[in-house]
Design a protein around this ligand. Structure first.
Ligand code: SDX
Length: 434
């Protein structure tokens, strides 16, 4: 990545009577930044920003979010235009290569991904080590991490050829590994990928085909899932992407970094929210119980939060939620389950929450996870597979951000500091003196 840090002015930081000038760099979109890299050396103080709410951890050209305006751009293209007009592999190419592919570039990329969808036959052995009731995300963390043990010829992060092979392998094999996790959890035989199917149809077939009969691809459902994958593909420096970057900054191989990202995504405050949101809707059950849960969400003494609401960055409607809501209605219409009770509960919960002062004042709007759970369940996935699907799609963003970090001339091993408030130095006390 070529660095485009363009200094436009300086900022002064005065502490203990000393003033330090630090450069200010201009962003092409969004907030400019104060470069504090030399602050500690000049002032002997750290900055303090737990959760990094006001900290830019890196320079990136991949995804831009304007939380106030509800804008999400992938390499400058609005997410709703990509979801409506593009498809998963074309958007994956865009995130990796910064431009939309021409016909020849698209064909070469598709062929390369298609040719890497199979996994080493011995990788299957990892699945049988898990209990059948293991959460599929536990299987994903383990099996994706194990890829490092199979693909030694693409783990040298400083070799651009090996990086490219590892990137294509990761994107190509995630659907196969995810489908195998699902098949294992329901006790069905694994289904091999097919080279004559597109990326998302191949995944649906590997999940739902059984060897006893032909599987019929439903283009409406595959199209909806392809859109859902595009919506989940990248999202700037969220918790799991920051995990991948931090793991990669030590030179760890890309397979191990993606496994770290999967582990971080699993949390219910992050990618686990789609499963948690559906479980919440099922717990609410009927429209008349919504007020009880709204009150619980406001009660500081109750850890309950409205899953699928709120966002660290979007203090306006999550633009992905808008597209997700439409995809949800399209899928339910296509399946003739428009009267899905959970959808009624979700729509009424959204209506009430968006009128309630607590949620309005705290700018808590539905996020992408609010409608994805209902849609994925309608597509036939159990709720413990929802975050697996999120990880499948986010692998493209993770691996694109990982490569950008490796190629960033300013990249260093990530090593945050702290404010220490523990005890000062003291001598050991023997047991008889305690
Ligand atoms: C994803 O970062 C990303 O980009 C993530 C993601 C991606 O694509 O990678 O977009 C994917 O993770 C989406 C978010 C999915 N998570 C959920 O839906 C879980 C429910 N949401 C909350 O846990 C929360 O909103 C977060 C974690 C998403 C954001 O939390 P913040 O920004 O740290 O906000 P906060 O916790 O400081 O909340 C601010 C206030 C608090 O009240 P006060 O202390 O100010 O009185 O809002 C309240 C919170 O208690 N609040 C909620 C709430 N979310 C925040 N109250 C009730 N229900 C909620 N959902």
């Amino acid at each position: 990545m070529k660095s485009d840090l363009n200094q436009i002015s300086t900022a002064s930081i005065t502490y203990n009577g000393e003033t330090t000038e630090v450069p200010v760099f201009k962003a092409s979109e969004g907030p400019d930044v104060i470069d504090i890299r030399k602050l500690y050396g000049a002032t002997d103080i750290f900055t303090f920003d737990p959760g990094f709410t006001s900290t830019a951890s890196c320079e990136s050209k991949i995804t831009y979010i304007d939380g106030g305006a509800g804008v999400l751009l992938y390499r400058g293209y609005p997410i709703d235009q990509l979801a409506e007009n593009s498809d998963f592999l074309e958007v994956a190419y865009l995130l990796l290569n910064a431009e939309l592919p021409d016909r020849a570039e698209r064909e070469r990329f598709d062929t390369s991904i298609t040719r890497h969808t199979m996994v080493h036959e011995q990788l299957k052995n990892f699945y049988s080590g898990f209990r059948r009731d293991a959460h599929p995300m536990a299987i994903m963390v383990g099996v994706v991490g194990a890829l490092s043990a199979f693909y030694h010829d693409s783990t040298d992060v400083h070799d651009p050829v090996q990086r490219r092979i590892a990137i294509h392998r990761m994107i190509a094999k995630m659907p196969t590994i995810a489908a195998m996790a699902y098949k294992y959890s329901i006790g069905q035989a694994f289904v091999f990928p097919r080279n004559d199917l597109d990326y998302t149809s191949n995944f649906m077939r590997m999940c739902f085909a059984v060897s006893a009969e032909e599987y019929e691809i439903n283009p409406v459902l595959c199209d909806a899932l392809d859109k859902i994958f595009i919506l989940h593909m990248d999202h700037e420096q969220n918790a799991s992407t920051s995990t991948v970057r931090l793991a990669g900054s030590s030179g760890a191989n890309p397979f191990a970094c993606i496994a770290a990202g999967i582990a971080s995504l699993w949390g219910p405050a992050h990618g686990g929210a789609n499963e948690a949101a559906l479980n919440m809707l099922e717990e609410i059950g009927t429209i008349d119980r919504i007020p009880e849960f709204i009150e619980r969400a406001k009660d500081k003494s109750d850890p309950f939060r409205l899953m699928g609401f709120g966002h660290r960055v979007y203090k306006n409607y999550d633009p992905r939620a808008t597209v997700m809501r439409k995809a949800c209605h399209d899928v339910l219409d296509a399946l003739g389950i428009r009267e899905e009770p959970l959808l009624q509960v979700a729509m009424e919960l959204e209506r009430i929450a968006l009128e309630d002062d607590y949620f309005v004042s705290k700018k808590l709007y539905p996020n992408i996870d609010f409608y994805s759970g209902i849609t994925l369940r309608a597509l036939g996935f159990p709720s413990d597979m929802f975050t697996v699907l999120f990880a499948l799609a986010r692998t493209v963003g993770w691996i694109a951000q990982w490569r950008e970090m490796i190629e960033d001339p300013n990249q260093k091993i990530g090593r945050p500091r702290q404010i220490y408030t523990g005890p000062g130095q003291r001598d050991y006390l023997s047991l008889d003196k305690r």
